[in-house]
Design a protein around this ligand. Structure first.
Ligand SMILES: NC(=O)c1ccc[n+]([C@@H]2O[C@H](COP(=O)([O-])OP(=O)(O)OC[C@H]3O[C@@H](n4cnc5c(N)ncnc54)[C@H](O)[C@@H]3O)[C@@H](O)[C@H]2O)c1
Ligand SMILES: [Zn+2]
Length: 353
């Protein structure tokens, strides 16, 4: 079993366990406290054996979909937890993808000013990214994830067997975030080099599946390293937002329907790379390599039809905006990105599709 520990200098610790079949004995992770399961309707149906390990009255099932990642669902969960008399020493278990994980995480951080949290990610995206590092929250009408907290899970239990039931589309969405890791790897200050860019360049989607344990472990290590060094996103952690300023604008304009998060991130990567190429930062070879990768995994197939000014308007509302300037991460060399705060609006506009 692979174990990664994130220890922050404020004495906060998060342990990540990765192994096939780990979920079958999930109770081995349990201690003498009450466990509240938060999951969605889809996983509730797909994994009844896991759900049954929890006391029925402590199982909270929410509707499935990004559009339910809102204050109404938050309120629903909190009321259920309080009705069943959750206590400070109890633990919330999030079983699901990024939507369940983000919402359940924020509930854990806010109910009774914080209870314990276990994340059990079930999508590729959640295993590689969202379940690790403690960003929690939900969407507001003004944009994505604008309400939230930093709250590390005590434990993250990653079992890639969950991917056997994940459909092709969701699998692909996870690949969007994985391509991001490949393009930022050298900016993550990790000691071990996983060569994700070479690994992804080498394989077609089906072969990537055979290598998925290696890839998930690599992404988990990269994210953990970045979070350990900069949990509250003072500086280094910003690298994880590569592609995301564009992505959030596209997701908001599509009302979280037409584009999944992973696809939106892939578009963001495409735009940021185009920007870098247009500004003469990266050469044609590297730009083509990035676009080839995104195309190979069919991540940028859909047409983005939104008006440029609408995209820019939302980009300006992003959390990462400081002093009205859009801070953007762009590729600067293979597997390296740099943060720029002085890019003029016409260049940003020209990088849109
Ligand atoms: N907290 C973070 O650091 C962070 C990072 C990246 C993304 N996110 C957030 O994560 C969300 C996207 O996460 P996601 O892509 O996991 O989407 P998701 O949670 O909506 O899951 C995608 C779909 O797959 C289904 N599903 C989940 N596991 C399954 C399984 N094992 N078998 C079959 N179906 C399964 C879900 O029910 C859902 O329909 C976004 O809201 C995004 O903002 C958060
Ligand atoms: Zn993301």
């Amino acid at each position: 079993m692979e174990k990664i520990t994130i220890s922050s200098n404020e004495n906060i610790k998060s342990e990540i366990f990765i192994e096939n079949g780990l979920i079958n004995s999930v109770e081995d992770f349990f201690e003498d406290r009450k466990y509240f399961l938060i999951t969605n309707t889809t996983l509730n149906k797909l994994y009844p054996k896991i759900v049954k390990k929890f006391d029925k009255k402590r199982v909270i099932v929410i509707k499935d979909g990004e559009k339910y990642k809102n204050i109404k669902t938050y309120n629903y969960i909190i009321n259920k937890l309080l009705k069943e008399k959750i206590e400070r020493r109890d633990c919330i278990v999030a079983l699901g993808g990024g939507v369940v994980g983000d919402l359940a995480g924020f509930c854990a951080s806010s109910v009774l000013r914080g209870v314990k949290l276990i994340q059990i990610p079930t999508t590729l995206l959640a295993m590689c990214d969202s379940s690790i590092g403690g960003k929690t929250g939900f969407n507001s009408n003004y944009g994505k994830n604008l309400i939230g907290s930093f709250y590390l899970a005590d434990k993250v239990i990653i079992d890639t067997d969950f991917l056997n039931t994940l459909n092709e589309y969701e699998y692909k969405c996870g690949l969007g975030e994985i391509v991001k890791y490949a393009l930022i790897e050298k900016s993550c200050k990790n000691e071990i080099n996983y060569n994700l860019l070479d690994v992804l360049s080498k394989y077609q989607t089906q072969d990537v599946k055979k290598e998925i344990n290696y890839i998930v472990k690599a992404c988990a290590h990269l994210k953990s390293r970045v979070v350990e060094l900069d949990r509250l996103e003072g500086n280094l952690r910003k690298v994880l937002n590569f592609g995301h300023t564009y992505a959030h604008a596209i997701e908001t304009l599509s009302d979280y329907k037409k584009f999944s998060h992973g696809e939106a991130v892939a578009y963001g990567i495409k735009c940021a790379s185009k920007l870098s190429f247009n500004l003469g930062i990266i050469d044609r070879d590297y730009y083509d390599r990035i676009i080839y990768l995104l195309n190979k995994f069919q991540l940028i197939q859909k047409e983005v039809k939104y008006k440029k000014e609408d995209i820019i308007k939302i980009m300006k509302q992003d959390k990462k905006v400081e002093n009205q300037k859009i801070n953007l991460l762009v590729p600067t060399a293979p597997a390296v990105v740099g943060l720029f705060d002085n890019i003029d609006l016409p260049s940003i506009e020209a990088s849109l599709l």
